[in-house]
Design a protein. Structure first.
Ligand code: SF4
Ligand code: SF4
Length: 437
C-alpha cells in the first residue's frame, strides 16, 4: 500500500486511543453562551444586537467588520444579556463577547435559498459567507474568501484535510466515520464553487477504518481517497499538498498559487449543512481529551460554550490535572482559566497531567531540528538570530517560511523552545516593517 508523505517531520505519541472509539454525542445547549465578535481571522464582526434583544438560534448577531471577517449567529434561542469583555485565547487580551441567555428550546432562523443544484457558484459562495463559515481546523480564515481566488488564479484541485495529525484529537476521525455522506456531498458543492477538476480526501494511515469507509462511500464518485503516512505535521497545508500532488507552495505563497485549495473535514461538512440544510454555523464537533480528564469524548457543542461546561460533561478533571490546552499539545494554546468559551476554530480541549519540567540545556549542534523541520529550515539558527535581535538575517534564513509546527522544539534533546522565539521574532519583524511581510 502506498503512503504519501513529505520530507522531515516527527512522530510524537499519538494518544488517539483515549477518544477515537467514542461516537460523537450532542451536548445540550448551555444556559449561557459567550460568543466572541472575533470568532475568525481578520476584523472582528460588528454587533447588530443589543442588550435585551430576543434572538432565535441561527439569527445574525454580528456582521463582517471588514473584507476579511465573517458573519456571527446566535447559537441558542434566548435573550442578549450584555456585550461584555472576556479574555480571548487567540488574541491573548480581553475582547468583546456577546453574552446570550438561553430561554427556550431552539427556534431556528435558517438561511433562505433555493435548491442548491439550481444555484450558480456566486450564489453558493454567498451562502457560505452568510452562514459564517470559517476554517474549522483551527485557522478560522473565512471560507468564502478562500473559495474565491482572485482573477488569474485557476484552481484545478481541491483537497479535504483528513490527516488530523495533531496528537490526542479524534474528532475529524469520528466525523469521517459518522458523516461520510455529508462530507462527500460537501466536496461536490465545493468542487462546483471552485470549478475544480479533481478532489482528494487525504487520511493518515492511523485511521484505516475511516479510509476504508470513505473509499466505499466514494466508490461511485470522482473523489479520490488517499492514504497518508502517519507523521506530524502531515496535516499542515503545504505538507499535505506536497504529499498528494508533489506541488510545492512557494515561500510566502498560498496553496492557490499552485492551483490547490485545502479545507478541513468539518469545514466541508459545515458547507454542506449551510447549502443543503440551510443551517448557519452555530456549533461544532470537538474532542475533550487528555490523561487528566475523567471521560475523554467527542462532542458537538454550541459556539460560546465554556471550557468549564465541556470539562464537566467529560466527567471533570483528575487530581493530577496540570495543563489545559485549547486544541492539541503541538499547536494548541495553553490557557489557565475555565471560563473561556470555545471559538469556531476550537477542535479540542486537552487536559494533561503533571509532568516533570524538562531541563533546558545549551544547543549541542546535533542537527536533529534541522533534519526534522518540514520546511527545510535551520531552527537552531532562527532561534539564535531571534535571540540576538538580528531580524533581517533571520528573515534571510527563512523565518517567514516557518509554519510554527513545533517539530524542532519537540525533537530537541536540549529542550530549546524554538517556536516561542520564532513567533516573537516574526511579530517584532512585522511590527518594525509596519506589518508588511
Ligand atoms: S522551524 Fe518552524 S517549520 Fe521548522 S520545525 Fe520549527 S516550527 Fe516547524
Ligand atoms: S535539536 Fe536542539 S540541540 Fe540539536 S541542533 Fe537543534 S537546537 Fe541544537
Amino acid at each position: 500500500m502506498k503512503f504519501l508523505t513529505f520530507k522531515g517531520g516527527t512522530h510524537p505519541p499519538e494518544k488517539k486511543e483515549l477518544a477515537k472509539d467514542k461516537a460523537i454525542v450532542r451536548m445540550d445547549p448551555p444556559q449561557f453562551v459567550y460568543v466572541f465578535l472575533s470568532n475568525h481571522a481578520g476584523a472582528p464582526a460588528k454587533p447588530v444586537v443589543k442588550e435585551g434583544d430576543v434572538v432565535k438560534t441561527g439569527q445574525v448577531i454580528g456582521e463582517p467588520g471588514g473584507f476579511v471577517s465573517a458573519y456571527l449567529h446566535s447559537p441558542v434561542t434566548g435573550v442578549v444579556r450584555k456585550i461584555d469583555k472576556l479574555y480571548h485565547p487567540v488574541q491573548g487580551r480581553p475582547m468583546e463577547v456577546v453574552v446570550i441567555e438561553r430561554t427556550d428550546e431552539d427556534r431556528w432562523q435558517l438561511l433562505e435559498h433555493s435548491d442548491w443544484e439550481t444555484l450558480s457558484r456566486e450564489q453558493l459562495l454567498e451562502i457560505v459567507k452568510k452562514a459564517g463559515i470559517v476554517g474549522l481546523g483551527g485557522a478560522m480564515f473565512p471560507t468564502h474568501i478562500k473559495l474565491n481566488p482572485p482573477a488569474g488564479k485557476t484552481i484545478d484541485t481541491f483537497i479535504v484535510n483528513g490527516a488530523e495529525c495533531e496528537p490526542y484529537l479524534t474528532v475529524d476521525h469520528r466525523l469521517m466515520l459518522e458523516r461520510a455522506e455529508d462530507l462527500v456531498l460537501g466536496v461536490k458543492i465545493v468542487k462546483k464553487i471552485l470549478n475544480a477538476r479533481k478532489a482528494y480526501i487525504g487520511i493518515e494511515s492511523n485511521k484505516m477504518d475511516a479510509y476504508e469507509h470513505l473509499k466505499k462511500v466514494c466508490a461511485d464518485s470522482d473523489v479520490e481517497v488517499v492514504l497518508l503516512k502517519t507523521k506530524y505535521p502531515q496535516g499542515a497545508e503545504k505538507q499535505l499538498i506536497y504529499a498528494i500532488t508533489q506541488r510545492k507552495v512557494p515561500v510566502g505563497g498560498l496553496p492557490m498559487d499552485v492551483g490547490v485549495v485545502v479545507q478541513n473535514v468539518q469545514t466541508v461538512i459545515a458547507i454542506k449543512e449551510a447549502v443543503v440544510d440551510r443551517k448557519p454555523l452555530i456549533e461544532r464537533a470537538l474532542t475533550i481529551t487528555g490523561e487528566a480528564i475523567n471521560n475523554p469524548m467527542n462532542v458537538v457543542a454550541r459556539i460560546g460554550t465554556t471550557i468549564q461546561q465541556l470539562v464537566d460533561i467529560a466527567g471533570g478533571m483528575k487530581e493530577d490535572a496540570e495543563k489545559l490546552i485549547m486544541g492539541g499539545p503541538m499547536t494548541g494554546i495553553a490557557v489557565n482559566r475555565l471560563d473561556i468559551p470555545i471559538l469556531k476554530g476550537t477542535s479540542g480541549v486537552t487536559v494533561l497531567a503533571h509532568e516533570k519540567e524538562p531541563i533546558k540545556k545549551p544547543c549541542i549542534r546535533c542537527t536533529k531540528c534541522v533534519v526534522s523541520c518540514p520546511m527545510g529550515l535551520q531552527p537552531y539558527l532562527l532561534y539564535l538570530l531571534g535571540n540576538k535581535k538580528k531580524y533581517d538575517q533571520a528573515v534571510e534564513e527563512g523565518l517567514m517560511a516557518c509554519i510554527e509546527c513545533g517539530v524542532c522544539a519537540y525533537v530537541c534533546p536540549s529542550k530549546i523552545d524554538h517556536v516561542r522565539v520564532i513567533k516573537l521574532t516574526k511579530r517584532v519583524y512585522q511590527a518594525l516593517r509596519g506589518g508588511k511581510k
